[in-house]
Structures are given as C-alpha cells and as structure tokens.
Ligand binder design. Structure first.
Ligand SMILES: N[C@H](CCC[C@H](N)C(=O)O)C(=O)O
Length: 279
C-alpha cells in the first residue's frame, strides 16, 4: 500500500539531504525506499537521507537518523547536523536555537548563529584504532595502509563515523576516484570508511576532498572536515582554528587537542519542500 510522504531538500556546502519529519509523520523506511528517495533520476536525489524522530533519551530534544544513498544507516553526519538544526527550527518543531540531538553514536549540540551559520559541537574524536574501527597492532597517529600496492600514510579517526585521512600535495590532482573506493572497502576497516584527501595550505587553512562511505565523493563532508583537522593537528601540520576549503565551500573547524570536542561552523540551506507517493 503506497503512502504520501512530505520531505524537504536541504544542502550544506553542496552535500545534499532529503529531510523527513518523522515526528509529525511517523515512518520506518526500508533500505529500498531510502535508495529510491536518494536516487537522482528515479527519486528526489541526495547524498544522505535524514530522519528526525522524537528523542528516546531524557534531556535530549530529538533523535536524528542518518542513511547514506546506498541505504545503509550510519552514526554521524556533520553537514547534516547543521541542516537538521535549521530544519527543526524552520518547521516549528522547536523554538530553541541550541538543540541537543541524539544520533546512532552519541549526542551532538547544534546551535543556530545570528549570522545564519550553524555551529555544532561534534563531540570528542576517537583515536583508538579498535574503536574507529581500524584493524591495527599500533596506535600511532600515522600508519601505512596498502592500497593496491601503494603504501598510503593514513590517520584513522572516528567522529562517530570512521575516517581515514591522508595528506596530498594538491587535492585537484589527488587520486580520489582511484583510491577512494579501495580505501572505503579496505579490509582493515571492517565497517568501511570515509576516505579523506587533505592538502595543507598554511597553519590555519587546508583544502579537502572526501570519498564518502556509502555515497562516493561529495562536494563537502562535515565529519570529514573534523577528522581532517584532527589528523592535521596530530601530525603538527595545522593549528586551531582551521578553515577547511571543500569543493562546495568553506567550513571552520576548532579543536583544542586530544580528549576535547571538535566544533564545526558552516551554512545550512533549505532548497525546496515537496510531497511524493512512496512506493
Ligand atoms: N558517508 C558518511 C555519512 C555522512 C557524512 C557526511 N555527509 C558529513 O557531512 O559528515 C558515513 O558513511 O560515515
């Protein structure tokens, strides 16, 4: 039996989302339905689908679930967190400008700024390889990863979701298309991984491309920007705060070191709303 579904299309630096208000229209989407909604030819089209639900934890305002375009549910989404905050405010689901929201892996706190940007406390990055998860007998911040016979020096970081960050001379010529899928599916990342390609411009500015788990290369990746700055600071290449230039625009990331949270600031834009009949 088909049903009507209201949705809103949003984007954060070109990383685009279909937002579903499952507070007012409770729904459980199948993987096939997620893939349909994310499909850029047969559906609405997005990198990720974000479903807003009532909170399940006391003292938290909402729960938000994140699904990649391939249908898989994941732990965290940085650009999505900013769009989520604007969505619940614009839809009248809250009158708060600072929101506590639970995701599959932890609670984050987005704040709507007066200048239109959104700042999110993305939580404390996880560096213990077993918790990323990254199969390794070392906890060194830089480790060699064999990628089709090429040894790539990566830093494994979890922002709730897993990231493998490498430093390149120039993101425009980095082997994103060739290495991205190989790193995403690398056996040493049992939950797969988002592959970051980081170019250092100066102490407070970098350029970044990310081949995302379950979505391919996106124009921007918020958790990827957080992971890249963490990796850059651990390697002594940059210092907080860092401007992160992505193909979709610029994020500001601040981090004061191991054991402290990462703060991410950037835009969140509503593109259009619509309704469709869900197959
Ligand atoms: N592809 C990611 C989820 C979306 C993250 C990204 N869109 C962001 O802004 O953080 C993963 O599978 O972990």
């Amino acid at each position: 039996m088909s049903r009507k579904l209201a949705f809103t299309k949003m984007q954060g630096l070109g990383n685009d989302f279909v937002m579903i208000d499952a507070v007012r229209q409770p729904i459980q989407l199948t993987e096939d339905q997620v893939r349909y909604l994310a499909d850029r030819h047969f559906g609405v089209g997005c990198d990720q689908l974000l479903v807003v639900e009532p909170a399940q934890t006391p003292g938290v305002d909402f729960r938000y679930r994140i699904f990649n375009a391939d249908g898989g549910e994941v732990e965290q989404c940085g650009n999505g967190a900013r769009c989520f905050a604007r969505f619940v405010f614009e839809q009248g689901l809250t009158d708060k400008r600072e929101i506590r929201v639970e995701t599959k892996k932890g609670i984050i706190a987005p704040r709507l700024e007066a200048d239109g940007n959104v700042t999110v406390d993305m939580g404390v990055p996880v560096l213990n390889p077993a918790d990323v998860p990254f199969v390794s007998d070392s906890d060194a911040y830089v480790q060699p990863l064999d990628v089709a016979g090429t040894s790539v020096a990566i830093t494994a970081v979890s922002m709730g979701n897993p990231h493998a960050v490498q430093v390149v001379a120039d993101v425009d010529t980095a082997p994103v298309a060739e290495q991205g899928p190989l790193i995403e599916h690398h056996p040493r990342f049992p939950a797969r991984v988002n592959a970051g390609f980081l170019q250092v411009v100066d102490e407070h500015r970098v350029r970044l491309r990310v081949f995302e788990r379950g979505a391919g290369e996106t124009l921007a990746c918020g958790t990827g920007a957080c992971a890249a700055v963490v990796a850059g600071i651990l390697r002594g290449l940059v210092a907080s705060p860092v401007a992160v230039e992505t193909r979709g625009g610029e994020l500001t990331i601040a981090w004061n070191g191991v054991g402290t949270p990462v703060l991410m600031t950037g835009p969140a834009v509503t593109v259009f709303s619509g309704e469709l009949t869900l197959p």
